[in-house]
Write a protein that binds this ligand. Sequence first.
Ligand code: SF4
Length: 391
Amino acid sequence: MDSLGTFVSFTSKLPCQRANVLTDWGTEYKHLREDVIISAQLLGWYDRNARVMPWRVGPRDRAAGQLPDPYAVWLSEVMLQQTTVAAVRDYHRKFTQIWPTVHALAAADDADVMAAWAGLGYYARARNLLKCARVVVAKHDGQFPSNREALLSLPGIGPYTASAIAAIAFDKVATVVDGNVERVMARLHNVHAPLPKSKAELTQLAERYTPDTRPGDYAQAVMDLGATICTPRNPACGICPLREQCAARARGTAAELPKKTPKKPKPTRHGTAYVVQRSDGALLLETRPDKGLLGGMLGWPGTDWGEAPAPAPPLSADWEVLDAEARHTFTHFHLVLRIARADVPIEATPTRGHFLLHPQFRPSDLPTVMRKVYDLTESHLNRSAKDQNNG
Ligand code: SF4
């Protein structure tokens, strides 16, 4: 459909209060409200350029009456909190293959879900995912509520996610504001106040353009525009559907927006991870406490993480400290983990953790930082074995 056709199609579906403004649009185009024009341009662009995503019903199918699966949309939105679309695709596919419905997920073992989530980060999301699935099954008969307020009452669903699910899964009028939308709004209106202070202003601007018709497609259109055209560096203004209205483009300020208040440098914390292998090959692991970082995930026993934490070996052994350290960055700090390893006899009795034999232990079940510890230990052992063979 060309842009004229899209626009006609769009305006023909507008409710009365907006349709009044749009009568005889062919001759009165210049009098149309800017918000209506911008929404229509974005929807027209989306109709031609929507990204394909496993959880998305594209504009053509949607127009033909196909509805998105709220379970798939909810799963994608929880996974996308703090994570990119590229990183989420495979996890989403894996989850919907193993647990194709909210009933299946609600009945899953906690440990299986945590293991399937390993590597995606921000593990509280996985714990809340399970809690939410169980509440949806227990209190909502397995149906996700369609309105934002009811969605907000569910575990792990904050204002952004509630708006995104209401708009994308149920086509409700809800304004969805992520980093992409903030960038588009800041540039469209040449807003120089830095984030996060400007968040309220950018949200108000985004609200102004949310149409009564196709709000779900519109929400995805702005996000797609920010992800593919109005990118953080080198925005492709020449092919942008908003180029005529964009204030930052007119003033040549697009590349410097949105401004951000500089973040404080992150502190560095230190710790030790203890990798213990029993003579039958079993490895000593522990499930971390539910509360706190990496809560509920599998990991190596270790010290606290701080400036100079006290040693906390899980048993007495002849420890070998590796010359490599596992480094990882969390939201609020950098972590440097020393690695101490030991081989122990079959009768070893650790004060914490449990031994896992190889068929039950899959490195992919570990969160990223613990996986780094495992990989470094493996390479260290391989190197030592090679040196011994060569010597
Ligand atoms: S014209 Fe350029 S800066 Fe403005 S919204 Fe489009 S891509 Fe972004």
